[in-house]
Design a protein. Structure first.
Length: 263
């Protein structure tokens, strides 16, 4: 797929998790977005994310190096880019990046700079620090997916689109990678409470800090376990299944029956 965006329902597969419920869930998300003029697309590169970020600096802060290929090596198989479009133009984005931290932890990767840079020793600025004081950061390890790159055009922020993007984030993470943890960081400040609500009130701890990088700020670590993600998706999928999908989605029935490799 590389940096080419394709219609979400054409490319997504339920490789893990409750397949029937995932299929229903995606049909519900697609139909809910369509009702407000949005179509979902998916890619396997963050080049498009960088482009959209650069074009929308009036409503979006500069992109973190974690999601920028100019700073970090991001293999195609370890990234997913989600974009909602209105009349062919991007109006909402989300990035998912997978890490294998079998022998390390979020705290180690964060504080060493390896989370964000391909070569921290040469790329970090003088005095730059990444501080992971949230206690859970030392416990998050194994297969981990970090979410970020969330942006919504100001004209669409009141149309349920950010909430639908969160729904896609959780379900796509489970279906594609089945990680031990899904993580994110929310900047502290006036908007933190609203964003925690948008994320669905996940487990959260303050204590993450970035000093002297592309910008300096404190943030809250949020995380969800595999069991929590699976339960949320199954619950929503069961509710979505009470309504019959619109017939226009008949060609997407394959998302319900996709099997994990080897099954």
């Amino acid at each position: 797929m590389t940096d080419k965006l394709l219609p979400f329902l054409d490319v997504i597969e339920a490789n893990h998790g409750p397949k029937i419920e995932l299929g229903r869930y995606w049909l519900w998300v697609a139909e809910s977005a369509r009702q407000v003029g949005i179509t979902w697309h998916m890619g396997r590169s963050f080049d498009r994310l960088v482009e959209v970020n650069a074009q929308n600096q009036d409503s979006w802060a500069p992109l973190a190096p974690i999601y920028d290929p100019a700073f970090s090596d991001i293999p195609e198989e370890d990234c997913i880019y989600l974009e909602g479009q209105h009349d062919g133009e991007p109006v909402v984005t989300m990035a998912l990046r997978r890490f294998d931290w079998t022998n390390t932890s979020l705290r180690d990767e964060w504080e060493s700079g390896r989370l964000a840079y391909r070569d921290p020793a040469s790329q970090m600025q003088p005095g730059e620090q990444w501080i992971a004081a949230a206690p859970m950061a030392a416990k998050i390890s194994g297969r981990v997916v970090d979410s970020g790159g969330l942006w919504c055009h100001p004209d669409f922020r009141s149309r349920r689109i950010p909430a639908l993007t969160m729904a896609l984030m959780r379900s796509v993470t489970l279906a594609e990678w089945n990680p031990d943890y899904l993580t994110g960081q929310i900047e502290t400040g006036a908007r933190a409470r609203a964003l925690l609500s948008l994320y669905g009130h996940p487990a959260a701890q303050p204590g993450m800090r970035i000093i002297g990088s592309w910008r300096s700020f404190d943030c809250i670590l949020v995380w969800e376990s595999r069991d929590y993600i699976t339960g949320r998706v199954a619950e929503r999928g069961a509710l979505a299944g009470t309504d019959q999908p619109d017939s226009r989605y008949g060609r997407y029935e394959n998302v319900r029956a996709a099997s994990a490799p080897g099954e």
